[in-house]
Each structure stands twice: as C-alpha cells, then as structure tokens.
Design a protein around this ligand. Sequence first.
Ligand SMILES: Nc1nc2c(c(=O)[nH]1)N=C([C@H](O)[C@H](O)COP(=O)(O)OP(=O)(O)OP(=O)(O)O)CN2
Length: 146
Amino acid sequence: MEQIHAVRRIQFAAGHRVFQHESKCRNLHGHNYVAFFHARAESGLDAIGRVIDFSVLKEKLGGWVDENWDHGFLAWEKDTEALEAIRKVPGQKVYVTKRNPTAENMALELLLEVAPKVLAGTGVTLSRVVLWETENCYAEVQVDVR
Ligand SMILES: Nc1nc2c(c(=O)[nH]1)N=C([C@H](O)[C@H](O)COP(=O)(O)OP(=O)(O)OP(=O)(O)O)CN2
C-alpha cells in the first residue's frame, strides 16, 4: 500500500556542545539547524487531499521549536559544567536535555517526545525526523513500521 507523507521544513538556530566529544565539538558552539518533519495521517487524506495543512505543522512543531530551542542553548542534564556556565548569562534561554544533544538525540527527542505532545488531536503522527546540523551532516530517526 502507498505511504503518503506531508513534510515540513523548520529552521532554527541553537547552541550546544557534545559532552565528552573527543575533539572540537566539546566546545560550546552553535548551528543553524534545519529539521524536516514527516507526517502521516492516522486515517487517510482529508476531504481535499491533504495529510494535514502544512501551516498546521508549522504552527505546532515550529511553534514548539521557536519557544524552546530557537536562539537558546541546549545542554544535557549530566553536563553540569555547561549548565552552570550558561546559566550565569542573565536572561539566557536554556533547554535541559535528557540525552547528550547530538543531532541524533535532538531528532529523537523531536520524534518521540515533542511531536506526540504537540500533534495530539490533529489526526497525524510523525514517522520520521531528519535534522541537518551543518551543510554536510544530518541525523535521521524514524519509527519502526513493522
Ligand atoms: N554523529 C554525530 N557526530 C557529530 C555530531 C553529532 O551530532 N552527531 N556533532 C558534531 C558537532 O557538534 C558539529 O556538528 C561539528 O561537525 P563537523 O564535523 O565540524 O562538521 P562540519 O560540516 O561543520 O564540517 P567539516 O568540515 O565537514 O568537518 C560532531 N560530530
């Protein structure tokens, strides 16, 4: 059977570091991230042929990203040094992650934790998140369809 997805691109800027990275990514730094959210309908296309309107994905997923990650700093809860340093900056937006904020773990958080919450009641779920961290590197996570 065919599979149809509506895919929404959302860009954001954020700071992070990869805790215990072997080289340069241990430093506090930032990226212009680009996320692609792949949504599928729980019960087929709507009356006019959409999985969901692209603007709803922007409002729900983009809204969450804007509020929580955009122009903020992501730090792992175990990375107490980074958290302590960044919290010294008055007014700094900080998001504490449950996993080391690699591109893989950020994509996982968007797919497994953020999307189910913000898309509840819309009739769609995400099957995949692709997160570009640099122009050369991205991580992809998808739900198991077996
Ligand atoms: N598997 C992962 N590897 C790395 C991650 C990650 O999230 N997952 N993150 C980093 C750094 O945070 C950052 O992305 C630096 O990447 P870099 O290797 O420098 O890639 P660039 O495209 O910026 O530059 P190149 O010149 O191509 O190296 C590191 N690894």
